[in-house]
Design a protein around this ligand. Structure first.
Ligand code: T4K
Length: 371
């Protein structure tokens, strides 16, 4: 029997309803509700200011941001892309849906791609690296850049989890040839569904604009096989409201994370999966690594019995999902498999009450101590 009120792994941040209604009222006057409307364009400008980016191309979701970012590079079909399997399936699928071959690289203790293993995976077919700032843990961006330069590879960061973070004196999206964010409802900053590609120059921005709008340049000129990946006005309105509350959300999440850390720090058999050295974190996730897979699963089940929905992000590895069968099973992904078997993401959102954190921690502690 499940007990207690339900606590989900996260809960969308939403602005006061009056703010949203105020923002969308104008849409009833204009009747312009998608296809690069006023709010879409305003949000692009506001995010460029917020992120310190020259060009932000908004998209319908983070997946399409990544898929189109890769497409914009015009890689030949069948080329190889080195990437991490410790991520959401979107990262891997964005590569495959571009008719490219993912080559999986193992990860480090901080759960990001192990840059020291990238060079061994490079072949004459390799064209790019797609690393992920997983849970907002920054990759070794300098190390990756150096390898990419040496081998003439493009770097496209999946920064889906890392909105609003700073690393080594720059915004996280300043790294790589392109970086993408997800603004999904489950993210620290959401536009209901949404995403963005952070571009380095106007040429990239225009190319992505074209790709997200069917490749249409003008009424009679179509120059690319694009997609429909435009952000609509209701999403842009949510984004314009939520950006005003982002710093406050960050502070509240920080409080929750600190409470978890304080209550769990003396418990053996677990470590935290978050990088403690992030210059400016967004406190997107609170992943915990257990000593064994069995213990992780017990904690997951005991929480579920109490109506608390922790999640095994990211199990299985994307290289091991059923669709691939055992295609990648012989790849050397020891560390990625180790962490994927032991990871559990605990509930985290800005308004998670302190009493709920205490209850979650109590169940984790009891399970670990009985093990
Ligand atoms: N790259 C990476 C590394 C990613 O992690 C993701 C997405 C992407 C790319 C692609 O970005 P998007 O195309 O999604 O923008 C969730 C999210 O749907 C997905 O965005 C996210 N990563 C992934 C890690 O998690 P699910 O299937 O686990 O979500 P779901 O529906 O189980 O929701 C989790 C919890 O969130 C719910 O229990 C309650 C809360 N929630 C959910 C929704 C839908 C809300 O509070 N409000 C909501 O509207 O995938």
């Amino acid at each position: 029997m499940r007990t207690g009120k339900e606590i989900l792994v996260t809960r969308s941040s939403m602005p006061p309803i009056e703010e949203y209604i105020d923002m969308i009222k104008q849409l009833w006057d204009s009747h312009w509700i998608t296809n690069m409307g006023t709010l879409h364009n305003q949000l692009e400008k506001e995010l460029e200011t917020f992120l310190g980016e020259n060009y932000v191309q908004l998209t319908v979701n983070g997946h399409m941001a990544l898929e189109l970012a890769i497409q914009s590079m015009n890689f030949a079909a069948g080329s190889e892309v080195i990437t991490t399997p410790f991520t959401f399936v979107s990262t891997t699928y964005a590569i495959i849906r571009n008719r490219l071959e993912p080559v999986f690289c193992d990860i480090k203790e901080d759960l990001t791609i192990d840059e020291s293993k990238i060079e061994d995976l490079i072949t004459e077919k390799t064209v790019a690296v797609v690393p992920v700032h997983v849970y907002g843990n920054p990759c070794n961006v300098e190390g990756i850049e150096e390898i990419a330069k040496r081998h003439n590879l493009k770097v496209i960061y999946d920064a889906a989890h890392a909105f609003g973070e700073c690393h080594h004196g720059k915004g996280i999206s300043a790294y790589g040839d392109l970086s993408i964010f997800s603004f999904h409802a489950t993210k620290v900053y959401n536009t209901i569904e949404g995403g963005a590609v952070c571009c380095r120059n106007e040429e990239q921005y225009k190319k992505l604009y074209n790709l997200k709008n069917f490749g249409i340049q003008s009424e009679e000129l179509v120059t690319d096989v694009g997609s429909n990946a435009k952000m609509n006005e209701f999403s842009a309105a949510m984004g314009l409201c939520n950006i005003k509350h982002f710093e406050n959300e960050r502070v509240k999440r920080k409080g929750v994370v600190e409470q978890y850390k304080e209550l769990l720090c003396d418990l053996g058999q677990i470590t935290f999966g978050i990088n403690e050295d992030i210059e400016k974190s967004n406190y997107a996730y609170f992943p915990v690594i257990f000593e064994t897979e069995e213990l992780r699963n017990r904690v997951y089940e005991n929480l579920a019995k109490n109506n608390i929905r922790a999640r095994k992000y990211f199990y299985p590895l994307t290289s091991d999902v059923a669709y691939f069968g055992d295609k990648y099973s012989s790849m050397d992904l020891k560390r990625a498999r180790y962490y994927s078997d032991r990871i559990l993401v605990l509930p985290l959102y800005a308004d998670l009450p302190s009493a709920d954190v205490e209850r979650i921690v109590l169940i984790v502690k009891e399970t670990v101590q009985k093990y």
